[in-house]
Design a protein around this ligand. Structure first.
Ligand code: C2E
Ligand code: CA
Ligand code: CA
Length: 671
């Protein structure tokens, strides 16, 4: 009205009853518009409405296009392969695959559209992951799996696939989106990880991953063969102190050295692992007996406690060891390790630097053994050892051809202990070396004393343990002993067992040749109990052969033994060996052997092992005229006090005998 407007027409611009806007047309006159003009306005409003709607739609479309492009770019740019499949078509064919799909699989989008994604499985259909995916599709749910797929070039890749259903506005699943990820590198890395940690980087030893395998193998082997498996848990006693005081690199160096030492103590087939920090686990898959475990444990403890040099400091490491046995102490590895661990803590409680069995009964045996070992060392110090001599009778001449020196231990409480009960221990502990040398010297001196006393010379047989025989200087020791005693080499007779010779036959040929050069005699002891190899008898050029008492016991009743003994005699004679039968206890046995041309006998029938003084009497009686009275030399050779009470000798040779006795007196116990 203010601007002079008298008529106003208001027209609604609407689409489907929805009002978009209002168009107002003004006129100066009253009732300015006629009906036709109104109709025109209505036409105009309709056009306007159409125009506005179209315009809006174009804007929306543009916006949609923008969003679509963004999404599309995103889909095309991601490193994951993305596929869209049509869920309504049979076989769920692909309708889209992004460029990453090509990068991963080698297949172009055009090559795969229309095909089912399962063609990537090749022939490899039997995979649990595929079942997961198939079931997800069936149930129209999301699914996730890792499957083996094959690239266009046939190479395998590990596909981590996730699928999700896509629904339309009515809620119907029309498509599936699949996201695939090539995790081949990760898988390879994982496999490497699984492989790598089987060895401990620091020490190069097997670590606990591989230990489990070895453990399983050892147990299943033992189950099959009914043998025992021995487990050591070894813990260093002072590792923390060294680590704290000298730093981790010193600790590392120590562990490396210890690892080497442990490996030195192990045989082929044993397992040595660094289990954790300074804890090691060792598996011995074929431990024959507890004594072997003791030996190895002692060796390890001795090895570890050898002084070592780290960063210019001289150190000594010690270890505590716990031992368990399969099947005795547990059926599975966890139990066996746990029990060995408990035993290891017992060893720590016992003052460290030692070992302990899990089973009390074994500990008891160990204690007995340790007591015996201690007694043995004491016995040597206190001169409780003595030598008895058992005569051998020559069946042709009826004279004593020689004696065998046999070790005796007179224990203050347990009385006379037979050698079978302590010789093995002396061999294990190495005490056999000083004892053996002492035996040798004593026996040679005794033989010389008898000769000097005017008795017809006889041979002196001394048993040689495998340990002695394998000493590189053994021949030198023999020369020294002979020099020392003044005994002619041909009167010394070394008794060796088959086992001692067979251990390293090549080396033994050399050793025995050296011994033969000295001029001593060599006898094969206990023949028949070991390998009884004829070829070796020849090769090693023995002088005498002693048939083991086991074969003499039942002759002439046991026909098999008779055949065996006769064969041995014939064969030995063939090789120019003299045959002595051991353990002859009866007249019948002796008569039989004599009739069958056996050269000599040794056994209770003729004489038990006797102290030297008794043998001397026997020698005088049987071997002929003697030129001196009882030399008074006791079987108990070493104690000087005893020797100082010798009778005064009237014979000219007395001076020589006296000087030999002084030597004997000076030569004390071996330790
Ligand atoms: P060996 O060398 O076979 O010694 C013979 C053993 O048979 C001796 O037992 C002896 O006492 C026993 N013996 C002798 N005659 C008879 C008999 O008629 N019947 C029976 N049943 N036995 C008889 P000993 O003295 O107990 O010695 C046992 C083993 O100990 C010896 O067997 C030998 O292997 C070892 N030994 C003894 N002394 C030494 C030694 O000084 N050094 C080494 N390395 N071993 C020794
Ligand atoms: Ca012997
Ligand atoms: Ca023997």
């Amino acid at each position: 009205m203010r601007i002079g407007c008298r008529t106003l027409a208001c027209l609604l611009i609407q689409v489907d009853e929805r009002i978009l806007s209002v168009l107002s047309i003004c006129a100066a006159d009253e009732h300015a518009f006629a009906d036709q003009e109104y109709k025109l306005f209505e036409e105009l409003v309709k056009d306007l409405a159409f125009g506005l709607v179209t315009l809006k739609a174009q804007v929306i479309k543009k916006e949609l296009e923008k969003t679509f492009l963004l999404h599309n770019h995103a889909i095309e740019a991601v490193r994951n392969g993305i596929t869209i499949t049509d869920a309504r078509q049979p076989g769920n064919p692909m309708v889209y695959a992004n460029p990453a799909f090509k990068r991963i699989t080698g297949y172009d989008s055009a090559e795969v559209v229309g095909r089912s994604l399962s063609f990537l499985n090749g022939e490899d259909h039997d995979q649990p992951g595929l079942d997961t995916i198939r079931s997800a599709i069936r149930r129209q749910k999301t699914g996730h799996a890792v499957i083996r797929n094959y690239r266009k070039d046939g190479s395998l890749f590990w596909n981590e696939i996730a699928i999700a259903p896509v629904k339309n506005s009515t809620g119907e699943v029309t498509h599936f989106v699949g996201i695939i990820d090539d995790i081949t590198d990760f898988k390879t890395y994982q496999e490497q990880l699984e492989y790598q940690p089987t060895y401990d980087e620091l020490t190069g030893l097997i670590n606990r991953n591989l230990l489990n395998d070895r453990f399983d193998q050892a147990i299943s082997y033992a189950q099959h063969n009914q043998n025992e498996v021995c487990i050591f848990v070894l813990d260093l006693d002072n590792f923390k102190v060294i680590n704290d005081a000298m730093g981790h690199s010193a600790g590392d160096e120590l562990l490396t050295i210890i690892a080497k030492r442990l490996l030195n103590c192990a045989r082929a087939g044993d397992t040595v692992t660094r289990y954790d920090g300074d804890e090691f686990v060792l598996i011995f898959p074929q431990m024959a007996k507890i004594e072997d475990a003791v030996l190895i444990a002692e060796r390890i403890i001795a090895e570890i406690s050898q002084p070592l040099q780290i960063k210019g400091h001289k150190l000594q490491g010690t270890a505590s060891i716990g031992i368990s046995f399969y099947p005795h102490d547990g059926q599975d590895k966890e139990t066996l390790l746990q029990h060995a661990d408990i035993a290891m803590y017992h060893a720590k409680d016992r003052g460290r630097n030692t070992f302990c069995f899990y089973t009390e009964e074994l500990n008891l045996r160990l204690m007995q053994r340790l007591t015996l070992e201690e007694d043995l060392r004491q016995g040597l110090k206190l001169e409780q050892f003595m030598v008895y001599y058992q005569p051998k009778l020559d069946l042709y001449s009826g004279k004593i051809s020689g004696v065998e020196a046999l070790l005796r231990w007179k224990h203050p409480e347990k009385g006379m202990i037979p050698p079978d009960q302590f010789i093995p221990l002396t061999e294990d502990t190495g005490l056999i070396l000083p004892i053996g040398e002492w035996m040798m010297r004593t026996a040679c001196l005794q033989a010389k004393v008898w000769q000097e006393a005017g008795l017809p010379p006889i041979s002196m047989a001394v048993n040689v343990s495998p340990k002695q025989l394998h000493l590189s200087q053994f021949d030198k020791t023999i020369r020294k002993v002979l020099d020392y005693s003044g005994l002619d080499a041909r009167y010394l007779d070394l008794e060796l067992t088959e086992a001692a010779v067979m251990n390293e036959p090549e080396k033994m040929v050399v050793t025995l040749t050296r011994l033969k050069e000295i001029g001593v005699q060599i006898s094969m002891d206990d023949f028949g109990t070991g390998y009884s190899s004829l070829s070796y008898l020849k090769r090693f050029s023995f002088d005498n052969l002693k048939i083991d008492k086991a074969f003499i016991k039942d002759i002439p009743i046991d026909k098999e033994d008779v055949t065996l003994v006769l064969t041995i005699i014939a064969m030995a004679h063939n090789f120019k060996l003299k045959v002595v039968a051991e353990g002859v206890e009866t007249q019948v046995q002796m008569d039989f052997l004599k009739q069958k041309n056996c050269d000599g006998i040794q056994g209770y029938f003729f004489s038990v092992p006797l102290p030297g003084r008794e043998v001397e009497k026997l020698l005088r009686k049987i071997n002929g005229k003697i030129s001196v009275p009882d030399s008074g030399l006791s079987s108990r050779i070493h104690p000087s006090s005893h020797l100082s009470k010798q009778p005064v000798y009237r014979h000219a040779k007395n001076t020589r005998i006296a000087s030999l006795k002084t030597m004997l007196a000076k030569y004390r116990c071996p330790i």
